[in-house]
Each structure stands twice: as C-alpha cells, then as structure tokens.
Design a protein around this ligand. Structure first.
Ligand SMILES: N[C@@H](CCC(=O)N[C@@H](CS)C(=O)NCC(=O)O)C(=O)O
Length: 221
C-alpha cells in the first residue's frame, strides 16, 4: 500500500490514516506531495490531480484500488485487516467510535478553520485572543471536552484502546498544543496520552524537522 500525504506539519487530514497505519503496524510506503506556495494550487494540485480528480490528499493506493478521503481510507483498512481492532471490538464502543469520528469528519468548523494545524509553531497569544473573542470556537471546544471526558477510562483512549476515533482527534490535540486553548484536567490527560503514543511522536518529530514552511499556512491573522 502507498499513502499519499501532504506536509506533516500542516496536513491534519493526512495525519489520521497515517497514524492508523503506524499504530497498527500495517505495511505501507508514504509518498509526500509538498504544499505549494499558492493555496491549494500550483505543483501540489497538479500532482494530486494526476492521481485523483478529487484533488485532495490523503489518498491510499492498494494495487488497483484507490481510496481517497481519510474516513473512507480508515474504513478500508478496517475491512482489509479484520484481525486488528481498528474500530473497537465491543459493539457499543464501536458505535461510539464511528459516531465521534463522523462528528469530527463533518463538524468543528470553527476550530478547524481558525486554528489550523501547525505543529512546530507556538501561537498561544493568537489562541488566547480567539478564545476571548470567538463564541463558536468556545462551543466547539465544549463539545470536544464532552467527547474526551466521556472516555471509558481516565487513563485510556477515547473508546478504550487506541482506535480510528483517536486518529481523528489527534490533530485536535496538535492544535490545542499550538494554540494553548484552555482544557480540563481530564482533557489534559488525554492529550498527554496521545502525545506519548509512538506513532504520534514519530509524526510530530518528522513535522518539526520538515525544512519546508508554507507562508499562507504560517500566517498569523
Ligand atoms: N474530507 C477530506 C479532506 C481532505 C483535504 O481537505 N485535504 C487537504 C490537505 S490536509 C487537501 O488536499 N487540500 C487541497 C485542496 O483542498 O485543494 C478527507 O478527509 O480526506
């Protein structure tokens, strides 16, 4: 399998299936298509469009099979590797994992648009300003708190063991680290557990080490 991704520092959608592949030790090669200086255009766009008319990463290539969209890729992996609990084995936990992953996939617009993933940066001053001024951001964070604090064990992942659901919330942990938005003690423990995960550690270290920074994604409004 080949996973096409963009820059680890910025590409929150790429991070999700990459983490699932790494966390479950599934065999794959990673191919990075670096963001161009123009937003969602230029050489990046041309290279991605040459693979898939959808024009976005991540894309998983598995022989003749092409799978795009981070959630569809994770579902594909869960079907291909039923011996691994990519989704939790327990039905109730599996339902919850699917619901909260879908919720992240289609929601949290304020958090996602205002606090773009930028792992190497320290944007705590901007985070404090956004927190003070933006009610929609505070609402998104209140829902994140509900989801994270409802996990079965305080010292565990969202649905017990690390699953696709955690991969979907890993970029939020990265954003909160960068922007320093206030969180409860329980949420802090979840963040610490996530950051200590070897797959997350590897992604973060490689993101920080990337030499290419993209001006429009660094912009500090
Ligand atoms: N819903 C898609 C979103 C993918 C997405 O927006 N990817 C970004 C990179 S993080 C991208 O390729 N953007 C290029 C563009 O929108 O032109 C998924 O889950 O994979």
């Amino acid at each position: 399998m080949q996973l096409l991704i963009a820059n680890k520092n910025y590409s929150s959608w790429s991070m999700r299936p990459w983490l699932v592949l790494k966390a479950f030790n599934l065999p794959f090669d990673e191919v990075m298509i670096v963001f161009s200086d123009e937003p969602y255009a230029g050489e990046f766009k041309q290279k991605v469009l040459a693979v898939n008319p959808n024009g976005k990463v991540p894309i998983l290539l598995d022989q003749e099979q092409m799978v795009w969209d981070s959630l569809a890729i994770c579902e594909y992996l869960a079907e291909k590797f039923p011996q691994h609990a990519l989704w939790p084995a327990d039905l109730a936990l599996r339902v919850r994992a699917r619901c909260i992953s879908a919720e992240m996939h289609s929601g949290f617009m304020s958090l996602r648009s205002q606090c773009g993933m930028n792992i190497h940066a320290d944007l705590k001053a901007l985070g404090a300003k956004l927190w003070a001024e933006d009610e929609s951001l505070r609402k998104d964070m209140a829902r994140i708190e509900q989801i994270w604090t409802a996990r079965p064990r305080l010292d565990g992942f969202l649905c017990g063991e690390f699953s696709i659901a955690d991969a979907f919330y890993a970029p939020v942990v990265m954003r909160l680290n960068t922007y320093g938005l206030p969180v409860s003690d329980s949420a802090q423990r979840y963040m610490a557990l996530m950051i200590a995960h070897p797959a997350v550690q590897q992604w973060m270290q490689e993101a920080v080490a990337e030499p290419m920074r993209v001006a429009y994604l660094e912009a500090n409004p």
